[in-house]
Design a protein. Structure first.
Length: 195
């Protein structure tokens, strides 16, 4: 049997790293954080000064990742990535989990983490407009993509849901949240979509 390659994606601060690390320890997998990998292996094309982030050398990264997946001695690999689900070769990926968090809760976590105003509103807009989900669906087969609403849930609860899906006890679903509709109902849309 081929290796299980599980992508954990979503807007910054949604909880990817916490969930991916906990999942990794539960299933004895290899954990790969793409931002750390890019810096460590020098897979960058420079810095995006406006956003204060690095620009990934995607082609190079894709090759490096393939090599890591093929050569590792674990049966599962958990990939923690906020950008470009496209960076992992489609044929290798077995599951894509898109973590979703209510923008009101996400904003609080971003504030606690000290996000700059620009970064905060830009990322909140991405969450509201389903950017990570759309990107995952653009590159991977729909049946591999699974959205999880992590709002109000502990890391353990989210990991349990992921395990249920992987083990076939729970169905993989998409289209489970509607932040636009929710914010509109709560009269918060203008405030949250100002970017
Ligand atoms: N399920 C959760 N419930 C509450 N807070 C969480 C949860 N998961 C993560 N956090 C907190 O949210 C912040 C962002 O989490 P992190 O895992 O680093 O997200 P990401 O990797 O998506 O940026 C951290 O301060 C973390 O402690
Ligand atoms: Mg992270």
């Amino acid at each position: 049997m081929g290796k299980r390659v599980i992508l954990v994606t979503g807007t910054p601060c949604v909880g990817k790293t916490s969930v991916a690390r906990s999942l990794t320890s539960k299933i004895d997998a290899l954990y790969v954080n793409l931002t750390e990998l890019a810096v460590r292996e020098n897979l960058t094309l420079g810095r995006d000064e406006k956003r204060g982030s690095i620009i990934i050398d995607e082609a190079h990264m894709k090759r490096k990742l393939e090599e890591i997946i093929k050569n590792c001695d674990k049966n599962s690999v958990v990939v923690d990535c906020h950008y470009a689900a496209s960076i992992v070769s489609t044929k290798l990926v077995t599951h894509v989990f898109v973590l979703r968090r209510d923008p009101v809760e996400l904003r609080k976590l971003m504030e606690q983490r000290g996000f700059s105003n620009r970064k905060l509103w830009e990322n909140l807009a991405s969450e509201i407009l389903d950017v990570c989900l759309v990107e995952a669906l653009n590159f991977h087969d729909e049946e591999k993509v699974c959205e999880l609403n992590v709002t109000g849930k502990s890391v353990e609860e989210v990991v349990e849901e992921i395990l249920s899906v992987i083990e076939g006890r729970k169905k993989c679903l998409i289209g489970i949240v509607d932040w636009l509709g929710k914010l509109e109902k709560e009269n918060l849309l203008d405030e949250y979509l100002k970017f």
